[in-house]
Design a protein around this ligand. Structure first.
Ligand SMILES: Nc1ncnc2c1ncn2[C@@H]1O[C@H](COP(=O)(O)OP(=O)(O)OP(=O)(O)O)[C@@H](O)[C@H]1O
Ligand SMILES: [Mg+2]
Length: 353
């Protein structure tokens, strides 16, 4: 990744994907706003962001399925605006909604996609068997598409995306309907592919999956707001707020303590995490203040310790900061126009700003 260096060792430093100020609009809506990315060969890049933030639109542009409104994207050395057709032979694409043929068997679906990708000749049969084995779907080869569960449909989708031995695979929420065991199985498979030099571009809403990636990007409101190695992103203090202190409090009763902590003036954010609270404060003495406050209440505190922020903490903090910036911008614009701004905030809200 270009914004921040990744911590994990690289398999290669040659770029697989580069975008420069990539933009896609739909009418007035800017779905992807000046996206700058560099993803090296052999990387597993995790692309995260809330619903509607622009992940699938980015993937469709990189796969040559949607033309960019402006900017540049080079995939496997090919400019997507110039030669989208050639890109498709070098990449595999597993869409968010895979359209398998319900009335064809697993094997027939794979046959269909291999013909589509021009996999033919003496090696074709062997290649199909290889992907069936790699994905572990052999047991279901004679099942009809409609007989497969959601997780197995996803695996079939991956099979179809792999059959022509692509250099780069785009997977749009591949584990969305998978149980935890199937998810882990799919990730083991992704690591196997990456270790053979394949580059993977994966969108997900799962933070544990993001932690497994060699680099991640977080897109919010169509704009990339951070990118880099998962561990590194957590270390970059200016990203999550200068001087932030992250504390974990194991205590009882949890919900009552949550409400109590939320009201403390030096606490910026608190959330329930299993049997503990995760607290964010910018106060340098937050640890001591919190310990004192909780001692004086009827809360049973088992442990308070300083922790590293999780990726979720980082993304939530960044999202809130971006939302606040956007609100300020809209208020400013509304002020200049001398009328209420378009988010529908009433006068009372505006006077609070
Ligand atoms: N074909 C289209 N026509 C008009 N607007 C579109 C089109 N495709 C996407 N959009 C809009 O672009 C924005 C980004 O959509 P996109 O599907 O890329 O989001 P996403 O991050 O993949 O969301 P999700 O997590 O829900 O899959 C959304 O506001 C969406 O409504
Ligand atoms: Mg999407």
């Amino acid at each position: 990744m270009s914004t921040l260096e990744t911590v994990s060792p690289r398999i290669a430093t040659e770029p697989a994907i580069i975008t420069e100020d990539l933009v896609r609009t739909f009418g007035e809506k800017v779905a992807v706003d000046h996206l700058n990315l560099r993803i090296d060969k052999g990387e597993i890049f995790g692309f995260l962001g809330p619903n509607g933030s622009g992940k699938s639109t980015t993937i469709k542009m990189l796969c040559g399925l949607l033309s960019p409104s402006s900017g540049k994207a080079i995939v496997s050395g090919i400019d997507v605006r110039r030669d989208a057709e050639r890109i498709r032979s070098k990449i595999g694409y597993m869409p968010q909604k895979f359209s398998l043929y319900e009335d064809l068997t697993v094997k027939e679906n794979i046959d269909f996609y291999s013909q589509l990708y021009g996999v033919k000749g003496p090696g074709a049969k062997r290649r199909k068997e290889e992907v069936i084995e790699l994905v572990g779907i052999g047991h279901y080869r004679d099942f009809l598409g409609k007989q497969l569960s959601g997780g197995w449909k996803q695996r079939l989708a991956l099979c179809c995306a792999l059959v022509h031995q692509p250099e780069i695979i785009f997977l749009d929420e591949p584990t969305a309907s998978m149980d935890p065991v199937a998810r882990r199985g799919l990730w083991d498979l992704l690591f196997t592919l990456a270790s053979s030099g394949v580059t993977l571009f994966v969108t997900t809403h799962y933070m544990d999956e993001a932690e497994r990636c060699s680099s991640v990007g977080y897109i919010y409101n169509s704009r990339l707001i951070v990118s880099g190695g998962p561990d590194e992103i957590k270390q970059v203090r200016e990203v999550i707020g200068q001087g932030n202190v992250h504390l974990e409090v194991v205590c009882k009763p949890l919900v009552r303590t949550f409400n109590l902590v939320k009201a403390l003036p030096y606490v910026q954010d608190v959330t329930i995490f299993g049997q503990a609270l995760h607290v964010v404060s910018v106060h340098p003495e937050a640890y001591q203040l919190l310990a004192d406050d909780l001692r004086q209440s009827a809360v049973q505190v088992q442990e308070i310790r300083e922790i590293q922020p999780s990726l979720e903490d980082v993304f939530v903090t960044l999202t809130k900061a971006s939302m606040a910036e956007e609100e300020a911008r809209l208020r400013d614009k509304a002020g200049k126009l001398g009328k209420a701004h378009p988010t529908g905030f009433d006068d009372e809200d505006e006077s609070d700003a």
